[in-house]
Structure formats: C-alpha cells, structure tokens
Design a protein around this ligand. Structure first.
Ligand SMILES: Nc1ncnc2c1ncn2[C@@H]1O[C@H](COP(=O)(O)OP(=O)(O)OP(=O)(O)O)[C@@H](O)[C@H]1O
Ligand SMILES: [Mg+2]
Length: 502
C-alpha cells in the first residue's frame, strides 16, 4: 500500500513541483493550495505525512497544523519555509511539527526528512487512554470479554493493524480474541507469542513487506499464561517507548486475566461445595418424600371410597406436588454424581427431533416457528444418548421458553470432517440474556423463571464437558440467543481443537 502524503502551500507552482516529486518517490499525494480543502481531506483520509507551508494567507501554516492535529493527532508534519530562521523552526517543532524544510528544496534533504518523519511515526502515545482501557478491563468478570477488551484496547491505543491475544491451553497456544483486520499469517503471530512467553519480556520482529510484529507475555502468577501480539502497519517500526507502553498494557491485561481466573475458580469452588451440600440434602429428602407420597395416595384412595370428591381432589394435588418435588430431588442427586458415559453410536437429528417435539408439545406461546436444518453428511456420533438428550432438551426448552408470540427456534447440525466434530446450534429469537444472566447462567440454582430450578444450564455444560466437547453462548438482550455445542464424533476429543479461530 502506498503511503499517503498531504501537501499544502498557497503557491501553486510549489504545489505542482512537490506533487510531481513525491509521486515520483512512490507516494500517493493529495496536494492543494487551499487550507479548507486540506482540512476536509484530513477528515476523510488517514495520511502518513503532511507537508505544510509556514506562511500562507489567510491561515498560517502552524495554525493549520494545529487544526490537522486535532483531527489526526499523530500525523507527522513537516513545515516548509522559504525564510526559515532558527526561531520559527523551533516554534514550529515546539507546537507539534516533526521538522522543517527550507525552500528551495534540495532533493536529498527532502528525501531524508520525509523518510525520517515516516519511520518515526509513533504508534503508541496516549498513556491516559491506555490507563482508561486498563480500568475497563479490571471491571469485567467474564474471560471472553476481558480478552476482547484487551485486543480492542491494544488496537485502539497503538493504531496497530491488528492484535491477537493468545492463551496457553493444554500446552498449545490458542488465539482467544482478536481485533483489527484479519492477519495474513497466523504462524508468524503464534511464533512471536511463543518467543515472548519463553523470554518473559516483549519482543519485536522488524517488518519486512508487512508491518512489524511485537509480542508481550501475559504474566499471570507463576508464569506467562499467554501473549499479546500486535502487528503494525507496513513501515512503522515501534521504538523503545512504544515497547515500554506495550509492556505496561500487557501487565494490565495480565491483572485482568488473573482476576477473572480467580473469580472463575472461586465460583467453581463454591459451586462444587454447594453442589455437594445440595446432593446430601436431596438424599436426605428422598425417603421422607417417598413416605409422604405413599400417605397421600392412601388418603386419596380412602377419600374416593368415602365419596368425598373434593377431599380426594386435594389429596391428588398433594400427590402431584410431591411428585414434582421428587423429580427435582432426583435431578439434584443425579447432578451431584456425574455419570459414567455409556457411549453408543447416536444419530443427533433423532435426538434433536425428540427434544423439539417435546418442547413443542409443552409450549404455550402462539405462532412459534420451528426450523430444522440437519447436515446430511453428519455421521453417527459416539455419545451417551440418555445424558445428551437431557442436556439438549433443556437447551431447546430454554430457547422455546424465551420466545414471544411469533418467535423462531432454529435447530441445526453441521459436521467438520477435518476435526471430526459435530456442531449443534440451537438458536432463538427470544428475550436474550443480560450481562448478569450471562455471567451466572451456569450457576447451580440460578434462574430468572418463576417455575425454574436453575439446573438446566449447569447440567448441559457438565454433560458436554464429560463428552469432551465445548459449549458456547452468544446472546443479545431483545434479539435472541445462540447456543453452539461441539462434540467429537469418535468419542475422544479430536486433535487440533481450537475455539477462537472459528
Ligand atoms: N435461550 C435462552 N434465552 C434467554 N435466557 C436463557 C436462555 N437459556 C438460558 N437462559 C437464562 O439462563 C437461566 C438459567 O437457565 P437454566 O436452564 O439453568 O435454568 P431454568 O431454565 O431457569 O430452569 P430449569 O432448571 O427448569 O431449566 C434461565 O433462567 C434464563 O434466565
Ligand atoms: Mg432451563
């Protein structure tokens, strides 16, 4: 890509000469004698350099440079002057010019100063902005969001082309979040991340045709948990200052990652304890409930025999309430002990059809549309059909329960021969989830429904985990929710799984 240069001089002859020379030097040139026009182009184009005449009427060059800088703060400006004195040059530089050029231009001086201005173009300057990003990071508790904020913040702060955050997972580097344009080459970024992690300090790989790559390790507790990798635009080389800033940024990001880990650990620890307690309580409830059910049945029969219709109806209600309680207890007990999987060749469309049929029968909302799209190339998968049915049923029910009149539920499958995984997507156009619900939906007993037990999502995740799969949720309030489940078809997690590139 050609570098873009802006030339502003009220002397048309100079504008013409400069334009010719710069075009010959390989730049894309916007040349004008009108300050107003120059400002308009700065609004719409991201320049790499500006050459501005010092003495212009009605605006002088320094004032124009200052207006340009309010629009593109980091644009290097060379001030041109025919009557340059040291004072005016110093003044220009103090007010933000990169350097000055004296007219008439000497070819070598022009070339050298333009080259230097372009090379030294800063790609990270805003310390304050950096700190602000750090603070936003610290306030979120969801890992995916923290990493997204890291990537986005890094691109915004440095004006880099792209940023990818890698995390070390099971000995592999997995891209977890990215921002900016898609990278032309993943291996180069991954290699940079690996080296930064090995060295424990930021490393730079000078750019060739593409930009430079800079990687900084994310150091969490004992060692690097990943790396922040940035690629700059072609020709822009980071300097010492920039590296220091990137190190600062990655340490902020590392703090955010550590906090989020900690929070997740606390949550799972507390959940496990709560789960054990719930299982014990459920176990204690089982026998008395069975007794209660028996007595209620006796009572019901006796009242019926004595012709007390009203009384027997009441007794019946007791029985069905007890049945409901027993079912909940059963579920909690089952949850406390993750089952051994009994994998058998299973056809997912059949399972899904069963779940959809059940959910449709249960659904009271009018005008709900159900769309099914099963991938015919999807083979039978080695799954525990019973466990998976429970998980899928809850997800389909959740989707159905979220729908308003006229809503749509889409259930689809897909198969990747390369990774030997099936993907099941359950998507609704329902109410969606708030941040709070998103961060708590897997918590045991978390529910927003009057009749909910809040066990469904926890169960679904545990079943998918047991199968060596993964479950991802995307949800927008008022728009709907998409649940994506990936499962290995052969029973073992397939090699080369990586969640973030998709
Ligand atoms: N598809 C969805 N759309 C909107 N909210 C959802 C969806 N799926 C889950 N949720 C939210 O997550 C919460 C927890 O879901 P979960 O399935 O664990 O429990 P539940 O559906 O409330 O009760 P149950 O134990 O009966 O399934 C729900 O109460 C709901 O707020
Ligand atoms: Mg549910």
């Amino acid at each position: 890509m050609k570098r873009k240069v802006l030339v502003v001089d009220d002397d048309l002859a100079i504008v013409e000469v400069l334009e010719m020379r710069l075009v010959a030097m390989g730049y894309e040139v916007t040349a004008t004698s009108d300050a107003e026009k120059a400002l308009n182009s700065v609004e719409s184009t991201r320049f790499d350099l500006a050459l501005i005449d010092l003495r212009m009427a009605p605006t002088d060059g320094i004032a124009l440079m200052e207006s340009v800088h309010t629009r593109q703060p980091r644009l290097p400006v060379l001030i041109m002057t025919a009557h340059g004195t040291i004072e005016t040059a110093v003044d220009a530089v103090q007010r933000g010019a990169f350097d000055y050029l004296t007219k008439p231009f000497l070819r070598d001086e022009l070339r050298a100063k333009i080259g230097r201005a372009l090379a030294s173009r800063r790609w990270a300057r805003d310390r304050e902005r950096l700190l602000a990003v750090g603070q936003t990071l610290a306030s979120s508790g969801i890992m995916a969001r923290v990493l997204d904020a890291v990537a986005q913040g890094a691109v915004e702060t440095t004006e880099a082309e792209r940023c990818v955050v890698f995390q070390q997972e099971h000995g592999r580097l997995v891209p977890m979040a990215s921002s900016g344009s898609p990278p032309p080459s993943w291996p180069a970024l991954e290699a940079a991340a690996a080296e930064a992690m090995a060295k424990g300090v930021p490393v730079t790989f000078p750019g060739s045709a593409a930009g430079a790559i800079v990687a900084a390790p994310l150091v969490v507790q004992r060692g690097p948990a990943g790396a922040l990798v940035i690629e700059t635009a072609a020709g822009i080389e980071p300097n010492e200052d920039d590296l220091e800033l990137l190190a600062l940024f990655s340490s902020q990001a590392a703090v955010a990652v550590r906090n989020t880990h900690e929070l997740e650990r606390l949550r799972t620890g507390a959940l496990a304890a709560l789960g054990r307690m719930a299982t014990q309580v459920a176990h204690e409830l089982k026998n008395p409930l069975a007794g209660l059910r028996l007595y209620a049945r006796h009572l019901e029969q006796r009242l019926t025999r004595n012709g007390d219709g009203e009384g027997s109806e009441l007794a019946q209600k007791i029985t069905s309430t007890v049945d409901h309680l027993a079912a909940v207890v059963q579920e909690i007990t089952a949850f406390g002990r993750p089952p051994e999987l009994h994998r058998v060749p299973t056809r997912l469309p059949v399972l899904l059809d069963e779940c959809v049929a059940f959910a449709e029968a249960k659904c009271e909302t009018p005008g709900v549309e159900v769309v099914r799209a099963y991938d015919a190339s999807c083979p039978e998968a080695m799954l525990d059909a019973r466990e998976l049915r429970k998980a899928l049923l809850n997800l389909v029910l959740n989707a159905m329960e979220s729908l308003g009149p006229g809503g749509k539920l889409t259930v689809s499958t897909g198969f990747s021969a390369e990774t030997r995984t099936v993907t099941v997507i359950i998507e609704d156009t329902g109410c969606g989830m708030t941040e709070e619900t998103l961060s708590r939906m897997f918590d045991l007993f978390f529910t927003t429904k009057p009749q909910g037990t809040g066990l469904g999502m926890a169960l679904a995740r545990s079943v998918v985990d047991l199968h060596g799969g993964d479950l991802a949720i995307h949800s927008t309030v008022g728009k709907g929710t998409r649940v994506t489940i990936r499962l290995p078809v052969d029973g073992e997690p397939a090699d080369g799984r990586d969640g973030a590139r998709a």
